[in-house]
Write a protein that binds this ligand. Structure first.
Ligand SMILES: [Zn+2]
Length: 504
């Protein structure tokens, strides 16, 4: 027996897969039993236990899924525990070799004892270390067996037409009939049938979804129906009485000790006639799934259509104003329009895109004029030039002064304290001067140059032949953002105000 270490001991409890299986057969409260047993052991042998105990309530094997274990190992790595009490070594870890390698390394480095009801392991003792490693290695192989048994059991049931997934498709409930899990249609089944019938008749899914939402129907989770959700229902073969198992797969990609999950579909899955009653006939299912044949969906163009993309924002709420196309009900004309995205809380009024763009051209025109008059009124450029010269002179003076200070110090004319004080003052001043020099010498377009740029942008905005993308690029070269406000009261007198914020 290794010698007992002074210090605090941790108690770690975790259910294994086997415990879950046992509990299904009526043997309950595995964790409570383990806890009693280990607390009694600690009392008997005199291990002071840290509280609260580490109780893992999830069954995951990976460290990334076991938060209590992460908390425990964090403290272990800081050497806070003399040992860990655990029901058996495999409760600590039997994930992959990399994970239990890491556990063993930390235990050894901090010399944390592992105490089970049958044995005390000292990871610094080579025999014990080997025993620990074997326990974890063997339980890892057992885990592999359990896993493959479970998977092959599930596949066998699916092959027999059982529905073994935890969540039934919309319109069905799960039920166990003669010991086999299957599906039975519920009150939503007529809705499913309606979706298939309308889709097969060529009604767009978006229209079906809108009608369902308008008549108060909601998804099982209480959300709105969308074309995408209806598309998933129509593509689901369970509704025509088939079972598809293993179609959606997950792949776990290691990411340090964490995991990234990747989803993909697998056409090499189980696809058999199910035990359950179909909600729609094979013919109707097929007709609904063929609904788009012959009219391939129009691919949306990626071309930029909004000259003010990324620039136009609502003054009230700060959110973007987005370009939409409205169809005029009386003559079918398409009108480009700016407004908020649907379901936005802000009720800012939208406006015709061409009106906003022409107002912007006017606003830019007055900015350009302002820039030009500024040049005539005062001469900013020469003022900043003379300041820059003054700053340079001052900087040179400070450099000379600092040099003199050093000479004085080396000639013992001033004390070290005096030297330090005067030097820090001088350095502070030099820093300020350098900062100002940087500000002054930063290249700014003169107002006159800016006016030329603005006028060029106005010309592009007014030219119908210029692409929205080119207009957008021209604006973004000098405009930071445009604040939009619509104060229109009467439609006859639109009152739209734009506030242009320039860059720099
Ligand atoms: Zn708004």
């Amino acid at each position: 027996m290794p010698t007992l270490k002074d210090g605090l001991y941790a108690l770690y409890l975790r259910k294994s897969r086997a415990d879950y299986e046992k509990e299904q057969w009526g043997e309950y409260e595995t964790l409570a039993k383990h806890e009693q047993e280990l607390v009694a052991l600690a009392k008997r042998e005199g291990y002071p236990l840290d509280k609260p105990y580490y109780k893992e309530l999830v069954s995951g094997e990976r460290i990334a899924e076991r938060h209590e274990f992460q908390r425990l190992m964090d403290k272990v790595s800081r050497g806070e525990y003399a040992g860990i009490l655990v029901h058996e070594v495999s409760r600590l870890g039997r994930g992959n070799p990399m994970e239990y390698g890491w556990i063993l390394y930390l235990l050894e480095r901090t010399r944390t004892l592992i105490i089970t009801p049958t044995k005390v392991y000292d990871p610094r003792n080579p025999d014990d270390a080997r025993a620990l490693q074997m326990e974890m290695f063997i339980s890892n192989m057992e885990l592999g067996n359990i896993r493959s048994r479970l998977v092959s059991g599930c596949r066998a049931s699916a092959m027999n037409g059982c529905f073994i997934k935890p969540t039934p498709p919309y319109g069905y409930d799960r039920a166990r009939i003669n010991g086999m899990w299957t599906l039975v249609p519920n009150d939503d089944a007529p809705t499913v049938k309606m979706i298939f019938t309308r889709a097969a008749a060529g009604v767009p899914l978006g229209t079906i979804a809108r009608d369902m939402n308008n008549s108060g129907l909601r998804t099982p989770s209480g959300g709105f129906w969308t074309a995408a959700r209806l598309g998933a229902i129509i593509a689901n073969p369970h509704y025509k009485g088939w079972i598809r198992y293993g179609y959606y797969r997950r792949d776990y990609m290691p990411d340090g000790f964490g995991i990234k999950v990747k989803y993909f579909t697998d056409n090499d899955c189980i696809y058999v006639k199910g035990l359950h009653e179909p909600i729609v006939s094979e013919e109707l299912w097929q007709a609904a799934n063929d609904r788009n044949l012959g009219s391939p969906p129009v691919k949306r163009s990626k071309e930029l259509k909004n000259p003010l993309a990324g620039l136009l924002f609502c003054k009230k709420c700060g959110k973007a104003m987005i370009r939409f196309i409205n169809t005029c009900k009386s003559n079918g004309n398409k009108i480009e329009h700016y407004r908020h995205a649907p379901f936005c809380d802000c009720k800012a009024r939208g406006a015709n895109m061409h009106l906003v763009v022409s107002l912007l051209a006017d606003a830019l025109e007055s900015v350009a004029q302002e820039c030009e008059t500024k040049v005539i009124l005062d001469d900013d450029a020469s003022a900043s030039k003379s300041e820059l010269e003054a700053v340079e002179r001052k900087l040179a003076q400070e450099a000379v002064r600092l040099e003199k200070l050093m000479e004085l110090y080396f000639a013992d004319a001033i004390t070290i304290d005096e030297f330090k004080e005067r030097r820090s003052k001088s350095e502070e001043l030099s820093d300020q001067l350098r900062h100002r020099r940087e500000e002054l010498s930063r290249e700014k377009p003169s107002p006159k140059e800016l006016a030329v740029t603005i006028r060029e942008a106005i010309r592009l905005l007014k030219d119908e032949g210029v692409s929205a993308e080119a207009k957008n690029a021209a604006l973004k070269s000098f405009v930071e953002r445009i604040e939009y406000e619509n104060l229109t009261v009467s439609m006859k007198h639109p009152d739209i105000r734009l506030h242009v914020v320039l860059r720099g």
